[in-house]
Design a protein. Structure first.
Length: 125
């Protein structure tokens, strides 16, 4: 009985932490003055090209500690760019891009907070 109770408490703790993380991410993308969608697409294309040109990424050095970071950032930026290109607003594209990228990535436990801050800074006026 104690085991079940502890298991349930652990489950709810993780569930609560997940809700807090989601609400923190939503708050991060709402309060910015963003560039135009055309400019956002151009800025993201430049960042994507920079990541793809990085020797660690270009040579698929998967054992390098920076490779997973570059891959996650690339997946996130591509997802956001695709959302913007189909006419979704920039804040919604960022949120949706994080969700899509999270579904692509492994369950490393890494959050998108650093990427969110970076993309908001990149796409803000």
């Amino acid at each position: 009985m104690k085991k079940k109770f502890l298991t349930m408490m652990l489950f709810f703790a993780f569930l609560f932490a997940g809700f807090q993380n989601a609400s923190a991410q939503d708050g991060l993308v709402v309060n910015a003055n963003y560039v135009s969608p055309i400019e956002a697409t151009s800025l993201l294309a430049s960042e994507i090209q920079t990541i793809e040109a990085n020797p660690i990424f270009a040579q698929m050095e998967v054992d390098n500690a920076l490779f997973p970071h570059l891959e996650r950032k690339l997946n996130f930026y591509v997802s956001v760019s695709e959302q913007i290109q189909v006419g979704i607003t920039i804040p919604t594209s960022i949120t949706e891009g994080a969700i899509i990228a999270n579904n692509i990535l492994d369950s490393s436990g890494e959050t998108f907070d650093p990427y969110l801050q970076g993309i908001v800074t990149l796409l803000s006026q």
